[in-house]
Design a protein around this ligand. Structure first.
Ligand code: NCD
Length: 304
């Protein structure tokens, strides 16, 4: 059974095909409006979410399918002590495909090993978030027209930011990519990502604490929220949360065609004044996420 737990579970060719499907959905939504008729998506969200869950739900409805599920662990049998493995077996009796978010790294993988239907990782702890990456990739494709020869800056919480880990994994497969990793000392990219992805593939990267210094070089700037819920103490979170705030003044040295991204939710990382700048792409990312989730659901159900 085909599941998507990590973005590299999809080949670059498959991602290209999904981008084609997403673009076709954008142009011809009616063609797709009954493609999942009679199918059910189960959204199992053990951790808070607005975008990802509603995006999956909207995606399934726009394909003519139905949705069942829960939006918090407290309303599931996890509170009674049920294992993820058992939950996955049970939900396989009710639905055709699962989207699971969980605070524990690896939980969707465990679910995929026990389910008899495809499982999509909708975010596992500080680890991975492959469907956000699909949204990010469609955004980069539509804004820049290519995946090669890009300098991409990641700024903020690179330690716990699962969207960063997944997008680095995806972009490391293209040529001419350079990463600039901008974070406070305490929130640097985990060494396992540096070793297994960047060093293993000889990808050039620079680590810095200065957004201002990196700015002129960037084709894409990926801002992130400091992930307070994964910190061990409140004091560190309060000290680090406003480390980087992107405003119009900081953008004065940026390229004219910079693509500014953020997986959202935004707290303080981007001043609202930036929202009207034509380089701001973070709300486009939201819409792109729905189209890529439609393409992914279609693909996995067709292969099942
Ligand atoms: C991200 C996540 O959940 O990791 N949000 C999202 O899915 N768009 C980013 C975040 O919560 O900061």
């Amino acid at each position: 059974m085909r599941s998507v737990i990590d973005i590299i579970d999809l080949t670059p060719e498959e991602i290209d095909d999904m981008i084609k499907t997403a673009c076709d959905i954008i142009d011809n939504p009616l063609k797709y409006s009954e493609m999942c008729k009679g199918k059910k998506l189960a959204t199992l969200f053990f951790e808070p979410s607005t975008r990802t869950r509603l995006s999956f739900e909207a995606a399934m409805y726009e394909l003519g399918g139905n949705v069942i599920g829960f939006s918090e662990a407290s309303s599931s049998s996890a509170t009674k002590g049920e294992s993820v493995a058992d939950t996955a077996k049970v939900i396989s009796c009710y639905a055709d495909i699962i989207a699971m978010r969980h605070p524990k790294e690896g939980a969707p993988y465990v679910a995929s090993k026990n389910a008899t239907i495809p499982v999509i990782n909708a975010g596992d702890g500080g680890h991975n978030h492959p469907t956000q990456t699909l949204a990010d990739l469609l955004t980069i494709y539509r804004e820049k027209g290519r995946f090669d020869n890009l300098t991409i800056g990641f700024c903020g919480d690179l330690k716990f930011g699962r969207t960063v880990h997944s997008l680095i994994n995806a972009m490391a497969r293209y040529t001419g990519i350079k990463f600039i990793l901008i974070s406070p000392e305490e929130l640097k990219l985990p060494s396992y990502v540096k070793k297994n992805v960047l060093m293993a593939n000889n990808i050039p990267y620079v680590q810095t604490t200065s957004l201002e210094e990196a700015m002129p070089e960037l084709d894409v700037l990926y801002m992130t929220r400091v992930q307070g819920e994964r910190f061990f103490n409140e004091e560190d979170y309060l000290r680090l949360r406003d480390s980087y705030i992107l405003d119009l003044q900081k953008l004065s040295t940026a390229k004219e065609d910079l693509c500014i991204m953020h997986p959202l939710p935004r707290v303080n990382e981007i001043s609202v004044a930036v929202d009207n700048d034509p380089r701001a792409c973070y709300f486009k990312q939201v819409l792109n996420g729905k189209y890529m989730r439609m393409a992914l659901i279609l693909k996995l159900l067709q292969e099942a």
